[in-house]
Ligand binder design. Structure first.
Ligand SMILES: C[S@@+](CC[C@H](N)C(=O)[O-])C[C@H]1O[C@@H](n2cnc3c(N)ncnc32)[C@H](O)[C@@H]1O
Length: 198
């Protein structure tokens, strides 16, 4: 099972809240790609942050395309049932708002509007096949470290090609951006891994 949990990286979620959502939220359609989403904690955490900052009406315009090389994660994501230890980092008010205690002991079920905002697709990043075009945000965290340097450059080039003008790319704090990607992305915040398509 891939290592992940809800609100794993609060620092980066806050950067998305401060620098990404304000620029995107008035767009007619928001198409987001979470590449290497594991069992869904990350795309659902992202959905919560968008919902908190967009309101109910605009949130309907958001679709998060969650992909992973492991096809078995799709069933987990569409069911939306998570163990207590996976959700314990979620601030209490958000847990109460977006989850209901499930019939299974020590489990929580994610709320329906969030489920509708997240869809899963089996996808191998090293295929270099984009899942779609016209994306406004690509989140790819704790995945590129599994690839070779050449694969990372090729994947970043592919991400650049499918982001809309002004679209964002977000990765984890420890991921080094190769020099080849300098013409494709500029860093939005000095102390964070939020980049905007050039
Ligand atoms: C450590 S988990 C990270 C999950 C989530 N992004 C996070 O940061 O919490 C790494 C995920 O990358 C996926 N993965 C590894 N290689 C991949 C590839 N070539 N294409 C797509 N997903 C891949 C794994 O299956 C796993 O779910």
């Amino acid at each position: 099972m891939a290592f992940t949990y809800f609100f794993r990286d609060m620092y980066t979620l806050r950067l998305i809240e401060q620098h990404v959502i304000p620029e995107l939220k008035s767009r007619r359609y928001l198409s987001v790609w979470d590449a290497g989403c594991a069992t869904g904690a990350e795309p659902y955490s992202l959905a919560i942050i968008f919902r908190e900052n967009m309101g109910e009406f605009l949130f309907r315009n958001l679709q998060i395309h969650a992909t992973d090389i492991n096809p078995s994660f799709g069933a987990i994501i569409s069911r939306g049932l998570y163990r207590e230890e996976e959700v314990r980092r979620i601030p209490r008010a958000l847990l109460d708002k977006y989850f209901v205690p499930a019939e299974e002991p020590d489990h929580y079920m994610i709320a329906e509007p969030l489920k509708q905002a997240v869809s899963f697709q089996h996808h191998d990043l090293t295929s270099l096949q984009p899942i779609r075009e016209g994306l406004c945000l690509i989140l790819c965290k704790n995945v590129l470290l599994h690839l070779t340097r050449e694969q990372v450059v090729a994947v970043l080039k592919m991400f650049h090609s499918v982001l809309d003008e002004g679209g964002f790319f977000v990765t984890e704090q420890t991921q080094k951006m190769p020099p080849e990607s300098t013409p494709w992305f500029h860093r939005v915040v000095g102390d964070g891994q939020v980049f905007q398509r050039v």
